[in-house]
Design a protein around this ligand. Structure first.
Ligand code: GLU
Length: 285
């Protein structure tokens, strides 16, 4: 098997820094914000995340949050079903869960003296030029007045045929739409591995990717979705969107307190840095 680490890991994390970002998107996976056992929001952890955001905003950088968790929080109402939720049950769970999710964010932001504004997006808001323009203007105005935009898909109205389905891709679309320059995917994996680390203890974390290759995509396809809500496939799709837009992306495990500080301190993660931009070489995929 090709050693992906050797081929694609440039070995240096010097470009793997949050400090150079002007506007960043921070995507929070459901597994981080919701306790899988109880269905409760992990309030103390959220408080540390928002503390990180407050610190980053205070030094002059802009942050947009894309958060999952509405369905996970609301689905406790359907727990007795003991089977995957049907689409209409997911819509109902999201309608209930989104309120509780945003309330937790609101409380945390308020305690720390920062404002926030909620935007719930549908696929049409991204695909339709006029609606896209409206969303962009609202985002811009929120940032101008110092309120952090907190975004999720409008899962209560999303249908199976017409949804993003996962927030990795939604976050990448928001990155493009908002002209941001860094996408941070906080999930329950350290990053991209050369193989499934649950199957092969010798699997290595790839610390920097300059270009997404077919081998990486094939490897991600074999990595089961148990690693995160969207799995590695959706993360690589998001990375491709980000890199095509000339932006950097990082995948990091965010389950510990102060997850953004941890990235700044060099915690294990995978950075996607557009190779063509930095090195002047075309991306060979
Ligand atoms: N939008 C979904 C929610 O809030 C999450 C989608 C995902 O897990 O990526 O529950």
């Amino acid at each position: 098997m090709t050693d992906l680490a050797e081929l694609f890991d440039h070995g240096s994390n010097e470009r793997g820094s949050l400090l150079s970002a002007r506007r960043m998107i921070v995507k929070i996976g459901s597994s981080l914000i919701v306790d899988a056992e109880t269905g409760e929001i992990r309030g103390p952890w959220l408080e540390t995340l928002i503390e990180d955001v407050v610190r980053i905003v205070a030094r002059g950088q802009q942050v947009i949050i894309v958060t999952s968790g509405a369905v996970a929080v609301g689905s406790c109402h359907f727990n007795q079903l003991n089977r995957p939720l049907r689409i209409e049950e997911k819509q109902t769970a999201a309608a209930i869960g989104q309120v509780r999710l945003l309330l937790a964010y609101q409380n945390s932001f308020e305690r720390q003296g920062l404002g926030l504004g909620q935007i719930l997006l549908t696929r049409q808001d991204i695909d339709n030029q006029h609606r896209r323009h409206t969303v962009r203007s609202t985002l811009q105005r929120l940032l101008e007045i110092g309120a952090v935009p907190v975004i999720n898909e409008n899962d209560a109205t999303a249908t199976a045929e017409n949804c993003f389905g996962d927030n990795d891709q939604l976050a990448a679309q928001v990155l493009q739409m908002a002209n941001a320059d860094l996408l941070i995917l906080l999930s329950n994996v350290d990053g991209l591995f050369t193989e499934d680390p649950h199957l092969n203890p010798l699997a290595r974390l790839v610390t920097e990717v300059g270009c997404i290759s077919p081998e990486m995509e094939a490897m991600a396809a074999h990595s089961p979705a148990r690693h995160s809500s969207g799995g590695m496939v959706t993360k690589l799709i998001a990375a491709r969107i980000a890199m095509d837009a000339g932006c950097r992306m990082v995948i990091a495990k965010g389950n510990k307190p102060y997850p953004l500080t941890a990235i700044e301190n060099g915690e294990l993660s995978t950075w996607f840095v557009p190779f063509a931009n930095d090195m002047g070489h075309p991306c060979l995929t």
